[in-house]
Design a protein around this ligand. Structure first.
Ligand code: HEC
Length: 162
């Protein structure tokens, strides 16, 4: 009985030591972080800041563009449309060959069958606000999300969907 008590006592002491060691290492990690200026310096991520001016930039002006030139590359376009950091079109649209397409935007399945003019599609992707100033779709051109060539690639992909 006494032995058991003794053992239990020893175990909890050991556990206590381990716990304090964990706590100490956590504490030193947080103090090292706090030594770095106390609050996090968000100025290196200006657009993640709610308090810096650069986090409150107005949206870029609406840009009306003219279509001329050629469609781009279908395979590159597919990659851009399905890539999260680039087009991320699948987040909002149903698209042939894409899993779990979103429903915030209209379906783009069989887009080619709709015979929509290139001018229209180019403007829609470049800056959809020309058609709807409150659109949820990002203005890929003015926001520098996609280059002109990447928009042409995505268009080539859309016009291959039938
Ligand atoms: C955050 C959601 C979102 C993302 C991301 C998005 N769209 Fe859209 N898209 C919309 C919405 C919503 C509309 C409906 C039009 C509106 O809002 O005025 C739309 C409309 C369109 C239209 C016009 C369709 C029609 O039936 O006339 C095209 C084409 C289009 N999007 C292509 C794209 C492409 C290509 C991408 C990727 C490069 C993309 N969208 C990314 C939300 C999105």
């Amino acid at each position: 009985m006494t032995r058991r008590n003794h053992k239990t006592g020893w175990v909890s002491e050991g556990a206590l030591i381990t716990l304090s060691m964990i706590w100490l290492s956590f504490f030193s990690a947080t103090t090292a972080f706090a030594a770095d200026g106390g609050e996090r310096d968000l100025s290196v991520f200006p657009c993640h800041s709610y308090s810096e001016d650069c986090g409150k930039l107005p949206p870029p002006p609406i840009e009306q563009v003219e279509w001329s030139g050629e469609l781009g590359d279908v395979e590159d376009g597919r990659e851009i449309a399905f890539s999260t950091p680039l087009g991320n079109c699948l987040a909002c649209h149903q698209i042939n060959g894409g899993d779990q397409g979103g429903t915030i935007g209209p379906s783009l399945v069989d887009y080619a069958k709709r015979d929509l003019p290139y001018e229209y599609t180019y403007q829609r992707i470049y800056d959809t606000r020309v058609y709807n100033p409150d659109a949820h779709m990002p203005p890929f051109g003015p926001n520098d999300i996609l280059t002109d060539q990447q928009i042409r690639d995505v268009m080539a992909f859309l016009y291959s969907l039938d």
